[in-house]
Design a protein around this ligand. Structure first.
Ligand code: UP5
Ligand code: MG
Length: 195
């Protein structure tokens, strides 16, 4: 008999809400594959920006804190996922960013099994991003790009969350708390909904 398709969890939330932190913990606890869409795009852009017009444009977009084109993003995710067909599960960090991307993911890849929304106050998001910017230099951790990332998130979050709510797929968690507290709730949610 063929294996069931891997379970798919999407982790969404503002910049600095802890998507990367919590996704890695999920991957570790459940033996799931981890896919960071931001990282996929950053790697590809660093690799191709000097030799390829399309990617040099995308590099500018991302460095300014704006969203890369939807079709490129979906294509990157598809390619990445196709390389990991035998996973029990896949946790996707930082996708989708808006309803258009959500629709396109469902259309071209699959309906997710669970969406986790890490709800975090604006104040906390800013504090965490500032702190991280001091420690490691991501190209989009400059003040101007951070403002754009926060603004884009604010603009898109409500309809996106509503979309998944109507499908009964989303769980919203208070992500202002300690890492461990947030992860406790996430693992309860995953245990209940996926196993
Ligand atoms: N931290 C984490 N949790 C904490 C907690 N509970 N208490 C205290 N501190 C906590 O965490 C951020 C920082 O806070 C870290 O230092 C961490 O230790 C600490 P992290 O887990 O890194 O948060 P995360 O939500 O992953 O923040 P990130 O900055 O990565 O979010 P972004 O959404 O900005 O970044 P992402 O990589 O997803 O996307 C980057 C860019 O890629 C986008 O702006 C866009 O240009 C592009 N993109 C697209 O175009 N399309 C996509 O579909 C996806 C990305
Ligand atoms: Mg991240």
């Amino acid at each position: 008999p063929s294996r069931p398709r891997p379970k798919v969890i999407l982790i969404i939330g503002g910049p600095g809400s802890g998507k990367g932190t919590q996704s890695l913990k999920i991957a570790e606890r459940y033996g799931f594959e981890y896919v960071s869409v931001g990282e996929l795009l950053r790697k590809k852009m660093i690799h191709n920006a000097t030799s390829n017009r399309k990617w040099s444009l995308i590099a500018k977009i991302i460095t300014n804190g704006e969203l890369a084109p939807q079709e490129t993003t979906i294509t990157e995710i598809k390619q990445k996922i196709m390389k990991i067909p035998d996973a029990n599960g896949i946790v996707i960090d930082g996708f989708p960013r808006d309803v258009g991307q959500a629709l396109s993911f469902e259309d071209q890849i699959c309906t997710p099994d669970l969406v986790v929304f890490l709800a975090c106050s604006n104040q906390r998001l800013k504090e965490r991003l500032e702190k991280r910017a001091e420690q490691q230099g991501r190209p989009d951790d400059n003040p101007k790009a951070t403002e754009r990332r926060l603004a884009n998130f604010k603009q898109n979050a409500v309809p996106l969350v509503k979309y998944f709510q109507e499908k009964g797929l989303i769980v919203t968690l208070d992500a202002d708390r300690d890492e461990e507290e947030v992860f406790y709730d996430i693992s309860m949610t995953v245990d209940n909904k996926l196993f």
